[in-house]
Design a protein around this ligand. Structure first.
Ligand SMILES: [Zn+2]
Length: 185
């Protein structure tokens, strides 16, 4: 299984996130469909970012990714801006034109958590977005939230509140609240 012109990881990530032009997407797609090597790599990426593509297609603006996915983006040379938050914390955040992605590393007591949901609310009185059963590594004690960079770059100043909820048979248990005060760069 070899490929003479393997698609770079950066291009695969962009393709996966739906952040390439329609023309480029068609080019990448025709290569990937005919190439076992590159479709295998895309599949690996897909497993790291489970649910990412579906969420993008549903118009969701925030995704939860796992640490190996972020590491792969960094190795691919993407420019990442990171924010670290403890439960109850708020942060002033932004995205610059040359940032490829923003990652919020939100810490939470995850020991024993079986299923984790993220509920986010934007501004005042807007509807909630609930991401159910997101990937997380209990040992790391943090959840990695990645908003769509393309969307974030179009946004004026706004505030998003995020709540992590541990879910089990007895119901919902909030384990952390986080506030993001975004301003355009
Ligand atoms: Zn290939």
């Amino acid at each position: 299984m070899t490929c003479k012109e393997p698609i770079g990881l950066e291009a695969l990530v962009a393709y996966w996130l739906g952040e390439v032009s329609a023309r480029r997407e068609a080019m990448l797609e025709s290569h990937i469909f005919g190439c076992a090597h590159c479709s295998g790599r895309l599949e690996e990426l897909a497993m790291l970012a489970a649910g990412v593509r579906a969420a993008v297609k549903d118009g969701m603006v925030s995704l939860v990714v796992c640490a190996p996915f972020v590491d792969a983006m960094r190795r691919a040379g993407l420019c990442l801006r990171e924010y670290h938050l403890d439960p109850g914390a708020s942060v002033n955040c932004s995205i610059r034109a040359d940032d490829d992605a923003v990652i919020a590393r939100i810490r939470a007591p995850l020991a024993g958590v079986k299923r984790l949901d993220v509920v986010s609310t934007q501004g005042a009185g807007e509807s909630e977005q609930r991401l159910a059963d997101v990937p997380f590594d209990a040992g790391s004690g943090e959840v990695l939230v990645m908003p769509s960079a393309a969307w974030l770059k179009t946004m004026p100043a706004f505030t998003t509140r995020m709540r992590l909820i541990a879910v089990d048979a007895t119901g919902d248990r909030p384990i952390g609240d986080y506030t993001f005060n975004h301003s355009p760069s």
